[in-house]
Design a protein around this ligand. Structure first.
Ligand code: IPE
Ligand code: IPE
Ligand code: MG
Length: 249
């Protein structure tokens, strides 16, 4: 942790928590066993992110496509979400962590929605790490939803079509007010985005690790941040432009 450059920490880290099912099956266990162990990783990584000084952490917990998994797995995951969310609130408050959910929450069973609403309200006053859980989330859903919001405003005469620009579009997304992630981590060896934050990740640094999510801990997070800090972020410019800007600082 002492190797981290405090001046170059990402403000926002997004993680695709993948590999729970395979982790469990490799040990001859049911996929849900992996999801239960994945919760331990969530707790450890959230604590580590807060300790390191990360301001926003977005965790991809369940995609809109995940609704098509076998019914027992979906039901098991919903039960796990409800149980975990309620149980974690005291620790979140102790660590000053504010919880928020993004996604098509209207698809969730009523007890899950209640648990989300209660935990969001109970942590709303916290001023430390902002923990964003993407649940029943997909980026294409979010982008289409944003298009509908803006189209309605145009129809209502509140907005002119030609005034729609990138900041205004970003405000119609569920991540309104949240800066774009500088670093996106995916565990378990898959090299894809799987419908996660397509708009927001435009210039994120991508980090892939073979570690399965249930094995992911603070040292893995630090390793990912160190890798991020070793990269040159050019945003379309040349390396020489970036270097001379840094020298002029
Ligand atoms: C990620 O682990 C958790 C969810 C998508 C809910 P997976 O369940 O996708 O695990 P693998 O990828 O099948 O191993
Ligand atoms: C992405 O993982 C969604 C979450 C981690 C919640 P998946 O396991 O569903 O993604 P694919 O199917 O491998 O692309
Ligand atoms: Mg997976």
């Amino acid at each position: 942790m002492e190797n981290l450059d405090q001046n170059r920490l990402p403000k926002h880290i997004a993680i695709i928590m993948d590999g729970n099912g395979r982790w469990a099956q490799e040990q001859g266990q049911d996929r849900l066993f992996g999801h239960y162990h994945g919760v331990v990783s969530v707790r450890k990584v959230v604590e580590a992110a807060a300790e390191i000084g990360i301001q926003y952490l977005t965790l991809y917990a369940f995609s809109t496509e995940n609704w098509d998994r076998p019914a027992e797995e979906v039901a098991g995951l919903m039960t796990l979400f409800v149980e975990t969310i309620a149980k974690e609130v005291p620790d979140l408050n102790k660590n000053n962590i504010q919880l928020q959910f993004i996604g098509d929450l209207s698809q969730l069973p009523p007890e899950a929605r209640t648990a989300l609403d209660v935990s969001t309200a109970q942590t709303a006053a916290n001023t430390g790490l902002k923990l964003i859980i993407a649940l029943s989330y997909s980026s294409r859903w979010e982008i289409v939803n944003a298009a509908q919001i803006l189209a309605k405003r145009v129809l209502d005469g509140q907005l002119a079509a030609e005034d729609i620009n990138e900041p205004l579009f970003a405000e119609a997304l569920s991540t309104k007010g949240i800066p774009d992630p500088e670093l996106m981590i995916r565990t378990s060896g898959e090299h894809r985005i799987s419908n996660f934050l397509l708009f927001q990740l435009a210039y994120a640094e991508l980090y892939f690790t073979n570690t399965r999510w249930p094995d992911f801990r603070k040292p893995h997070l630090i390793e990912a941040i160190l890798d991020y800090q070793s990269r040159e972020r050019r945003f379309g410019k040349t390396s020489a432009q970036i270097t001379s800007n840094e020298e002029n600082k």
